[in-house]
Design a protein around this ligand. Sequence first.
Ligand SMILES: Cc1cc2nc3c(=O)[nH]c(=O)nc-3n(C[C@H](O)[C@H](O)[C@H](O)COP(=O)(O)O)c2cc1C
Length: 147
Amino acid sequence: MLVELLYCSVSTSPVLAKTELFRILESARRRNLEVGITGMLLYYRGEFVQILEGKQKAIENIYLNFIGSDTRHTALNKVCQNTILIRSFSEWTMGFVGEHEIQSRMPFTLAGILMNMLSEDAKTKPLSIGTSAFISIYNQMRKSPYN
Ligand SMILES: Cc1cc2nc3c(=O)[nH]c(=O)nc-3n(C[C@H](O)[C@H](O)[C@H](O)COP(=O)(O)O)c2cc1C
């Protein structure tokens, strides 16, 4: 069974060094490739939002045992976990959207609103709104009319 899992977290260091981000992405991509996980990681001003998709067992294992125990972030907040029929990020072992992409391609306010919406939704509406918002960020970044 395929599932998607969306969570938010907060970086332990207020300004995460680029090298640290690359290190996270490198090991994430290596393991994700091994276990058939795809998805996207967004990092903006000290906060992470990540969507993971793959077989339920693989997702739960990575989330609990690797992502959950990584001390480079804290305050993990699982926004939602849904069964899906097809993947939205099939071409990415872990796509990445960082500050640079957000600032150069999206109006600042929109990025801020989206980030807020995702973390607020986590508390009040725990269903797939977060997921579709996240996917729409991705689509917007790809076909960015602001560039
Ligand atoms: C924000 C964030 C996202 C992560 N995403 C993934 C992921 O998608 N897949 C994964 O296996 N590990 C992920 N991790 C965990 C680490 O990348 C890595 O598994 C852990 O540090 C151990 O890596 P190593 O076995 O290469 O030493 C993430 C960690 C953080 C902080």
